[in-house]
Design a binder for this molecule. Sequence first.
Ligand code: 13P
Ligand code: SF4
Length: 329
Amino acid sequence: MGSGAGARYGAEEKGREKSMNNHYDEERLKQSIRELLKKRKAILLAHNYQRDEIQEIADITGDSLGLSQAAAQTDAEVIVFCGVHFMAESATILSPDKTVLLPRIEAGCPMADMVTVKALEKKKEEHPDAVVVCYVNSSAAIKAHSDICCTSANSVKVVNSIPNGRPILLIPDTNLGRYVASQTRKEIILWPGFCPTHHRLKVEMVQRAKAEHPQAEFVAHPECTPEVLKLADYICSTSGMYKYARASEAREIIVGTELGILYRLRKENPDKQFYEPWEDMICPNMKLTTLEDVVYALESMVHIITVPEDIRLKARKALDRMLEIPRDY
Ligand code: 13P
Ligand code: SF4
């Protein structure tokens, strides 16, 4: 064997060894998580954008609100929320008697941070008769200052449930606001927030993907820009995408949302092909949580997400008003 081939062989061996070690590490970590979950009487929730290995070990995967609702119905004493901060807060709001852990405390949502209570109160003064509809991607404090919440799955229904005659201030996502405005006859006041991950998806990227896969349908999350949504065959929440993929006759689907969604889409539909229009469609916050973080969170019972009771009760009201309206999937 020549030295070039020898070096290559050595590198391949090392690579194989490393991936086998990683595999054993991953299995060991998953086993620790299973044992710790039992010991703590805990349930592990993972949002649809989490890393594959986190989704794989989760008791429940789903969208932000669906996860909190599901958790509230279990008899678990501890909820480990693999997602971002506002989601863990929603779980605390809906399950005040459970301990909610967010394994990475810095996992936030930049869009949720694009509205502050001060700025919202100022806007409310400018529009004193407006009904404030708050996307669940927002802090508990913002929910507490809102009239009703909505999710990407039910935003149009929520807005349509509001009696005519009053304008609607929809916070914080301007793209969701524009999408809802296009689907209703209500007057919508927009807020200039956006999801950096979805906002960066450009028309040219979708067009390129469509040219590469001419038979494919394109589904998009309403956090995408109106220009991108115009190209979509179907617009829906992450939960809606699973349902759509199962029901669609299409064998190929281009998915306009964070690429964590591919894990379950591919698993549930092995006979279909799924493509991302752009390989960088990643939410860095959603990718922070690792298996090691989950082990640590359960061992050390960190980081506990609390919401002051006065804020929790007001935020709960806004969530409850929404929950009375059936969801679209
Ligand atoms: P879903 O509620 O549709 O899962 O969306 C959550 C989210 O963070 C989208 O960016
Ligand atoms: Fe926030 Fe966008 Fe990440 Fe969702 S994908 S958590 S909206 S930054």
